[in-house]
Design a protein around this ligand. Sequence first.
Ligand SMILES: [Zn+2]
Length: 476
Amino acid sequence: MEWEMIIGLETHVELSTRTKAFCSCSVSFGGLPNSRCCPVCAGLPGALPRLNGQMVDYTARLALALGCQISPVIAFDRKNYFYPDLPKGYQISQFHTPLGREGTLPIRTEKGEKQIRIAELHMEEDAGKLIHDRETGLTQIDLNRCGVPLVEIVTQPDFRSAQEVLDYLERLRLICLYLGISDCKMQEGSLRCDVNLSLRPKGSSQLGTRTEMKNLGSFRAVARAIYAEALRQQQILESGGHIRQETRRWDEDQDRSEPMRPKETAADYRYFPEPDLPPLRLDRKLLERWRWQQPELAHEKLERYQSRWGLSEEDAQLISKSRGLADYYERLVALGTDPREGANWIRTDLLRLLKERGEGTEKVPLPPAMLARVISMTKEGRINRGKASQVLEHCFATGEDPEDYCRRNGLEQVRDRELIAQTVRQVLTDHPAQTGQYRAGQEKVFAFLVGRCMRALGGKADPKLVNELLREMLNS
Ligand SMILES: [Zn+2]
């Protein structure tokens, strides 16, 4: 029997606000254990939460970018459960009125574009970290992460393969980076996802029993976990067994998952409105401003670079992957550089130089005007392509203007028609044998004669012009 995979995702993104969701502790990663912690974080009796406006701002921007409907009232609920990394005994989350609902994110599949439906998007706080010491058998707790603002994005079960999931995650990551609301570092846990997966016979319209997989710390782990879980479920179903609805933990070292606990339902959490945080009405003007300020997103640029500027998918992807690089590229084009040529220079020279200097693409130190000038000098035939790379390298390192540098070092190509014609005439006089051979139909001597002319001009002549004049004189 053939099986179809049905996958839904719950993704948590840690917001890079300055302070935590409900207190003024810093959210930065790392630091001494329990050094970013206060009575609110520790859930001490009587400590009261205070809403961080930046968290609402960031979440609303993401909700708008995903095309969600925005709830006019922001309210929080308590999600009750006991776990040592959550000292309050409940998590402040949004259950009854999530900030955003019913959005979409387009992904690319082999069959073209596909819309992944976003069921909802809500704010909540993160829990602390438990550190299990195998040697002593003791467990320590670090509350630095307690209360860090999170946005959870829940999709409908719209994915049919691991590849679709990875494409979605990459696009979501780029959206957050473009909006500047999270650094989305999977290795530091600021982007995490849980995978809900079930199988059903191909062609069936009923959903099977699903499991939820947690603890997926990298794109690779997500892909591995999906393959492994699909295979596990298939083996159970094919041997006549039933899938248990449960939460499973993915073990990246062992490359397999193990059961953690039976899957809870909403009723288990005894949600109720958070009494310490009054509901907040979202100003319509504020919403308009967020909508208006939204930048063009990575997948929109990807589309435009290909359809309007004629870039290859590879180049368009490479450039739109970083907002800094995309901004740089667009400034380059605005300066009159041909879009495809500009992309070509970025892919070859610029990225190589950035890599050699250990620079990222978010803030390119070479002004776009400088690159634009080197490109136009090459195009006008004033310097050849090989020299142009050297010029760029020098200007990148020193900040010197490319025109000045070329002038100072005599790098500009000789484009003086009269001078080149004179040299060509001399070369032909000096090589009567080869000239005769060419005229007798031996085309390959031509390259030899070009070489002689170039050498006579100190390697600085415009090769196009040399070719043209040489051909003209040989044929006359
Ligand atoms: Zn705190």
